[in-house]
Design a protein around this ligand. Sequence first.
Ligand code: HAM
Length: 422
Amino acid sequence: MSKKTEPIPGTSDFFPEETIQWQYLEGKAHSVFSRYSIGEIRTPVFERTDVFLRSIGDQTDIVQKEMYTFKDRGDRSLTLRPEGTAGVLRAIANKGLSQGDEQRVYYIGPMFRGERPSAGRKRQFHQIGVEYVGKVSPEIDAECIILLLDYLESIGLTDTKLLINTRGISGDRERISGTMSDYYKPHIDTMCEDCRRRYDTNIWRILDCKNEGCKTITQNAPSMIDLISETSRIYFDSVCEILKYTGIQYQIDPQLVRGLDYYVHTVFEVVSNNIGAQDAIAGGGRYEILNPGQKHPLIGVGFAMGVERLLLAKNANKSDLGKGICVDIYIVSLGRPALQKNFDLASSLRKQGFRVLMDLENRGMKAQMRTANKVNAKITLIRGQSELDDGIILLKNMNDSSQIKVQFDEITAALKPFFNRS
Ligand code: HAM
């Protein structure tokens, strides 16, 4: 039976044992992306609904079934962002980007989709994403993919597969749709209800269908690469060539179209073998997005990774991302006068960069030592009235339980051998 204190299905609470892993992934994002001269952008978690409608596409699953849309008190239709790209592009359009200029940004934050929750599929999930906006070329697409793989390598995730495909230019669309329509026509009555609707509204979405029967039919569908124009083909070949020269392994997946309508040309996904059905840990591609009220679309390329799925893949890898909050020094105070004095000691040690936890309850020695053990403290510093009188403190190495007396003003030097600090 579900408890009233449980979070809404598809959302989660994250405690320090988990957030330490999130901080690790976020820290790597800050350091890897800055090496590519990419700065962070923060945009609102909700936007006017039309920011998402046109860019993501009104026939996509996201817009049709998954958006959290509500009216505010001013009767405006607002939506919790289901992904990051549309809002980031809205922000860049609002700030203004001159023709030929570019803006490269990354973002980290929660996204919201009303999907059926399962392992790796949440209603509030988190993305780390990158957008290269304003300039496009096969070289920029390739750098974006290289950056994604560079990040994954930095967190030790190398057991993955890069899938890549092209959707061609918008001019190719009509021809491709026509060929697909001819192919699916004899099968459509046997396909799922969604695909029957997609056949009339947005036939490309059929390629994305997860229904087993529809997937079997799609397996023999004409390949996008055979249908695109010469221009699109040259573009795609150039992207693949750079990846090849860089020694990047990839697999062309002719069925990869991605679930958002703003893509043109290159699309890609990184999948992991060991996280179950929701195996995409990252996805992206080149896009054109027309913002409400703007005459020209903004162009760019980017990707987003799902933080929950990165962690699933990391943990399946049995890699160690951190063991919760670590304590370097636990301070035991015996009696109120020692407790009062130890506030100053804790402050001074924290200023020196140690992670310090101190008993604040004036408990007995045993209870305090139990906590010191529980939090895995490396060192315990113990001070009671007699230590105060003698100007000393007891330093206990929790590893081997050895204990020494240290002159109070020599603590820093005494701690040095236990911590590998410069
Ligand atoms: P997306 O493929 O919809 O692309 O999402 C990117 C990643 O977010 C997925 O590969 C997955 O790891 C994670 N993700 C998506 N939905 C969920 C969910 N319900 N629960 C958990 N994780 C999820 C985009 O969002 C595009 N904006 C990516 C992009 C950026 N394209 C160009 N620039």
